[in-house]
Design a protein around this ligand. Sequence first.
Ligand code: PRP
Ligand code: URA
Length: 208
Amino acid sequence: MSVFVLDHPLARHKLGLMRDAAVGHREMRALAAELSAMLAHEATRDLPVGRTTVKGWAGPLEVPRVDEAAVTVVPILRAGLGMLSGVLGLLPGARVGVVGLQRDEHTLQAQAYCSKLGERLDGQVALVIDPMLATAGTAIATIDMVKARGCTRIKTLFLVAAPEGLERLRQAHPEIAVHVAAIDERLNGAGYILPGLGDAGDRIFGVR
Ligand code: PRP
Ligand code: URA
């Protein structure tokens, strides 16, 4: 599994702002979108670029063209929605396949309650987005669902990852690419990332 950590002063600055517990949902949402655009910028570096001919001002011109519709962004409800605007800002023509999973607070098992991925994802590049990779149960279950629809090119984008979650994800899906803004220290006994962001969904949406 390849793991890429955003190496940029603005990424470190923005994530630092998000770690301040006093920051409210309005700023959390803006920062999540800004960091997600930076992650998407890195994660799309190897998208295939075709050629097309346009009518330039001085005559026909061959220009590069990315097939944006060959990318399916997969936000994991609920917190993943907080990253969607940033990713779509860069890839406005991407498809969006939504999945809903929630961790049981006691067992930490991820339960799926929604799947709107479409019938098939053959030939698509999937960008799975979720702010937090903690135990990785949610991400692993989502990637299982994406693979079951025939997708073979999967990248995951997280704001913060725990080392424990990265190791579990590597064992379950060794061929995927992971893009993160930071790898934090560890999980606490309740499965929360330290120092982390707290409950990312609650903080981005402003409701518990
Ligand atoms: C959070 C987070 C991830 C998951 C990570 O979602 O957004 O989806 O937990 O935990 P894991 O790696 O241990 O599976 P949560 O279940 O709190 O749901 P929410 O997005 O609705 O807030
Ligand atoms: N989900 C969150 O929102 N935060 C964590 O630290 C772990 C899981």
